[in-house]
Design a protein around this ligand. Structure first.
Ligand SMILES: Nc1ncnc2c1ncn2[C@@H]1O[C@H](COP(=O)(O)OP(=O)(O)OP(=O)(O)O)[C@@H](O)[C@H]1O
Length: 286
């Protein structure tokens, strides 16, 4: 489902001494099925922006369209929009509340008015996607699970609503490397299978480099860079100026290149780096 943001500005607590402009004249077009990485320093406006996309916050100026429906039109039912736009907030496991995993994941689809068989079907599908075995875990308490598993249950709860736009706010925050990789792989698979539009907020350049089709970089409430990850990471100077950095391997590749190794400089992932380094080493040993 496409998302269009047009000349959007947002001010917290307007006309008070605490007035704060959090977003300024943002225009973004996101195509149906696109995977966007939203990055920026703390306080750059990422959370404020994602809350505009399902109408939790209303623009001070400008417009937001989901599937060509303008969220601020008088007769728009925001409840219906929120069924289409799912948000997985930071640390979503803190919002688990039911006594079993089944009930927790079933909560959303039950509220959609689906019948029990349809709900069961959705719970099974969502659990499969996040890699939690249905028969083994459905009657367990979510509170018996590890941190990474709890998070997967919470993501399954949003997935079971089958949103057409999925917003993930730092889905790997606070997880160990294994938990992080599992979640990233599941997000990748989910996107492949459900083909929904995804907007993922992340502080990790390595993560967005692996997953996103396009990056949007915010600084002080404005879009400062936008483009394919490779394109954005080539602008290291701009990134550094706003307190960000390219992935570590991009720096490594640049460094090797400056020392005379014939390595591509727009490397973004460990796999690409390995491939390039082996290519150069093989050539040198021939
Ligand atoms: N409820 C609020 N009231 C007043 N100002 C706010 C409020 N929420 C955020 N802000 C301010 O708006 C700006 C953007 O904040 P926002 O939380 O959107 O940034 P962020 O990029 O999501 O940061 P982080 O990475 O730390 O989550 C910041 O200057 C912040 O202090």
């Amino acid at each position: 489902m496409p998302v269009k943001i047009e000349n959007l500005s947002y001010v917290y607590m307007p006309n008070t001494p605490f007035q704060k402009k959090a977003l300024e004249n943002i225009s973004i077009n996101i195509a149906d099925g696109e995977f966007i990485g939203l990055i920026g320093h703390t306080g750059s406006g990422k959370s404020t922006l994602i809350q505009q996309i399902n109408g939790l916050l209303k623009p001070t100026e400008g417009k937001v369209y989901i599937d060509e429906i303008c969220l601020t039109d008088k007769n728009v039912e925001l409840k219906k929009i929120r069924h289409k736009v799912g948000i997985v907030f930071q640390y979503p496991e803190h919002q688990l509340f039911e006594e079993t995993i089944y009930k927790d994941i079933a909560f959303g689809p039950t509220n959609l008015g689906l019948n029990p068989e349809q709900v069961e079907d959705r719970v099974k599908r969502a659990m499969k996607f996040v890699g939690i075995d249905y028969e083994r875990y459905k009657d367990k308490s979510p509170f018996e699970m590890s941190g990474g598993q709890k998070r997967r249950v919470a993501i399954a709860g949003v997935l079971a609503m089958e949103p057409r736009v999925l917003i993930l706010d730092e889905p790997t925050a606070g997880l160990d490397p294994r938990g992080r990789n599992e979640i990233l792989n599941q997000i990748k698979n989910m996107h492949k299978e459900y083909k929904m539009t995804i907007i993922m907020v992340s502080h990790s350049m390595e993560e967005v480099a692996q997953l996103a089709d396009r990056l949007i970089v915010l600084d002080k409430g404005r879009v400062v860079l936008e483009g394919a990850p490779r394109e954005v990471f080539s602008k290291i100077d701009v990134l550094e100026k706003i307190g960000l950095a390219a992935p570590q391997v991009t720096y490594l590749a640049r460094n090797l290149r400056s020392k005379g190794f014939d390595i591509k400089e727009d490397i973004m992932t460990i796999e690409e780096a390995k491939h390039e380094i082996l290519r150069v080493l093989r050539r040198r040993t021939l």
